[in-house]
Design a binder for this molecule. Structure first.
Ligand SMILES: *Cc1c(COP(=O)(O)O)cnc(C)c1O
Length: 686
């Protein structure tokens, strides 16, 4: 990965920016794919208001008829004269007043729909999802079980299979090892579910041993039982299930209870580990860029934040050598590992961890007796997998995926997506790159069988082999999920969206395609910007974007103080964030900030970036690293002087390059940024 060089790229950039007459990188503007995208969103100007309005009214009426046709012989319970009563009218007046106030207050909302919004991981909403959600709301299905949601529970199970297929997991429900996925309130809950499932599967073989189950080939000792690995655990669970099925009812109940009494979920962590003193509480290994939901999750499960071991990155990716060292140390000290987390699209930088190297490491250490699961946190990047998928579910080659892009996907990125099929579970957020309303995260397990270990009413005897068996089992969704009552409307929204836009490159993939193209255009335009402002400020894209987040490091010319550089970027950002005290229209653009830390990037990368923006003189000791590049005692002591504050841009909006009107909001943004930089620096900014 090399620093973008402003001078050498400048000329190619402007020509391929795409808002002039030259051919756009994604084909001609009359391209049928683009015309289809025109129908997907309400649009920056609410261009598709007519379509959304027709859909909402049509299906609201349809709901009304449904109510009336349930028992049309029942007369109206609310008198037809009710609306003439003064109390009724006063109520309606109060309601209207409050709704007007709500509607007025919401005008201060962040304009996520606008191509001027490049802040956080949110954009316009897909009409299919919005319409399906609004249509479903008055039916109010509760996806906790089929009794409360006879229609939308099935949809949720289907969504799990749709996402499984997108990620390369088996989605044929007649296969014993078919995947299973469900929705959650968001990526955070999906990550908790990953921890819960991995822990249940890891501890189960230990419980089987403790219960002295006869006739099963069990591991020799607790350490071996705790280290069977994901697939080893599933195989043992299968053997146990088959053995149970061979017993008569009384014996089956007795053995099930005996094993249940030994399970970690029954005993709790404290008692379980007291009974198995040779086993230490297992650890989770995750890159230092991991989302803070992992810290929350370890606290919530009672494993403790101390069991979250953060691994350094190299070249903005999880450092596979550091992972190997950490695993070696665990194997040497008999420290069990629950799972290794790889991040597919980090929240701060959009970078992609080497999932392939992580699953290779899992296989290698399993053969050395250290078994653990691999979970991919693809809350952000999950839907990018559509770019890598053919309609028949097969994987596209790097050349096929890369057509029309300048650089995407880097070979490492293609390898990471190709390796998803070998992982054990994945988090995806439909409410991020799925362009759906909030309340829609997803957890997907590659193999559905260990889900039995999460069931509240333990029923291990599941020998379904037909699609109906599979569906019947998961209609009792509340048995398996961390939540209880939950929105069936959210499930309908995701399901309908995936039906209208199947999760392959030719359909849903057109959306991430736009965003990656926008990121590449942004990256190139940033190089031009760097030249334009070189007299007053050093500006660099610190690392080539893996996906659709692009960062920008800035430092005033002549400044050698990192705290001052940070204050400058914060001052720039102050004007790029929402400010409820000001009319929204005064805001030109929205961006966000993040920080670069040497411990996350590695000292060499960090030094390279500091050099490129004129902070070479400060040396790594100033940012809290000692001569060996390790965090020094003073790290973090002096405000944010141990890190570099940078601008962060999430490029999700499909209209960043508006070909209809020949406007590039990316160009406009950089023109705006240039004015702000110059105004700040000439205005005596301190
Ligand atoms: C957003 C995000 C999460 C958390 O998801 P929520 O939907 O906000 O709960 C977890 N991991 C990553 C990588 C994310 O980007």
């Amino acid at each position: 990965m090399t620093m973008r060089d402003g001078a050498s790229q400048a000329t190619t950039t402007i020509a391929s920016q795409g808002c002039d007459a030259s051919p756009a990188p994604d084909g001609d503007p009359a391209d049928p794919a683009r015309r289809m995208l025109d129908a997907c969103f309400l649009g920056p100007y609410a261009e598709n208001d007519g379509m959304l309005e027709r859909l909402v009214v049509e299906f609201l009426r349809d709901h009304v008829y449904w109510r009336r046709n349930f028992h049309p012989e029942d007369p109206p319970a609310i008198p037809t004269t009710a609306a003439q009563h003064p109390e009724y009218q006063a109520f309606e007046a109060r309601l209207r007043r409050e709704l007007h106030q709500l509607s007025a207050a919401l005008k201060k909302s962040v304009p996520f729909h606008s191509p001027r919004y490049m802040g956080h991981m949110v954009s316009d909403l897909l009409i299919p999802g919005l319409a399906a959600q609004m249509l479903t709301l008055p039916y109010n299905p509760n996806n906790v079980s089929e009794d409360a949601a006879p229609v939308t529970v099935d949809m949720e199970v289907q969504v799990g299979l749709q996402l499984a297929r997108m990620l390369g997991y088996p989605d044929d429900t007649t296969r014993v090892d078919c995947a299973f996925g469900h929705l959650t309130s968001g990526g955070t809950l999906a990550n908790y579910q990953a921890l819960r499932l991995a822990l249940a599967l890891k501890a189960f073989p230990v419980a089987l041993r403790a219960a002295n189950v006869p006739d099963l080939t069990l591991p020799d000792d607790d350490w071996a039982a705790f280290n069977l690995g994901h697939d080893g655990g599933i195989a043992l669970l299968e053997a146990w299930t088959a053995w149970l099925a061979s017993l008569d009812n009384a014996a089956r109940r007795e053995w099930r209870e005996r094993v249940q009494a030994q399970r970690l979920e029954h005993l709790g962590l404290v008692e379980f580990h007291a009974r198995h003193p040779s086993l230490r509480v297992p650890r989770v290994l995750a890159p230092i860029t991991a989302h803070y939901s992992w810290s929350k999750g370890l606290k919530l499960l009672g494993l403790g934040r101390d069991q979250l071991q953060l691994l350094p990155e190299r070249g903005m990716r999880l450092d596979a050598d550091a992972l190997a060292e950490a695993l070696d140390a665990c194997a040497r000290t008999r420290q069990p590992v629950l799972m290794v987390v790889a991040v597919l699209g980090t929240t701060e930088y959009g970078t992609v961890d080497p999932v392939d190297a992580v699953v290779d490491a899992r296989d290698r250490w399993l053969s050395r007796g250290l078994g653990f699961g691999v979970h991919v946190d693809a809350a952000w990047g999950g839907y990018l997998a559509t770019l890598f998928r053919n309609a028949d579910g097969s994987l596209r080659t790097r050349d096929e995926v890369g057509k029309g892009f300048r650089r995407f996907p880097q070979p490492e990125v293609h390898a990471a997506f190709a390796a998803l099929a070998r992982t054990d579970s994945i988090t995806v957020d439909p409410h991020k790159l799925g362009y759906l309303p909030y309340g829609a995260g997803a957890f997907i397990a590659r193999d559905h069988r260990p889900m039995a270990l999460l069931a509240e009413a333990a029923d291990y005897v599941f020998h379904g082999t037909t699609a109906d068996d599979y569906l019947a089992r998961y209609r009792q969704l509340g048995q398996f999920i961390p939540e209880g009552s939950k929105s069936g409307a959210a499930a309908a929204a995701v399901y309908v969206t995936h039906k209208v836009l199947p999760l392959d490159h030719a359909h849903f993939g057109l959306l991430p395609r736009q965003t990656v193209l926008a990121a590449e255009a942004f990256d190139a335009r940033a190089a031009v910007f760097a030249r334009e402002v070189a007299d007053v400020v050093h500006a660099r894209v610190p690392f080539a974007p893996d996906s659709n987040l692009v960062c920008l490091a800035l430092n005033p010319v002549g400044n050698t103080d990192i705290a001052r550089a940070n204050a400058f970027v914060r001052a720039l950002h102050d004007e790029l964030r929402s400010d409820p005290r000001q009319p929204l229209q005064l805001k030109q653009f929205f961006g966000s900030v993040t920080t670069l830390r040497a411990e996350a990037m590695g000292p060499r990368q960090m030094q390279r970036i500091l050099d490129a923006i004129g902070l070479d003189a400060i040396g790594l000791d100033a940012i809290g690293l000692d001569a060996a590049g390790l965090p020094s005692a003073t790290a973090g002591a002096d405000g944010d002087a141990d890190r570099l504050v940078i601008l962060r841009h999430t490029l999700m909006n499909p209209y960043l390059i508006d070909r209809e009107n020949g406007i590039s909001y990316i160009d406009l943004y950089f023109e705006h940024l240039q004015r702000r930089v110059r105004a700040l620096l000439s205005g005596g900014w301190q």
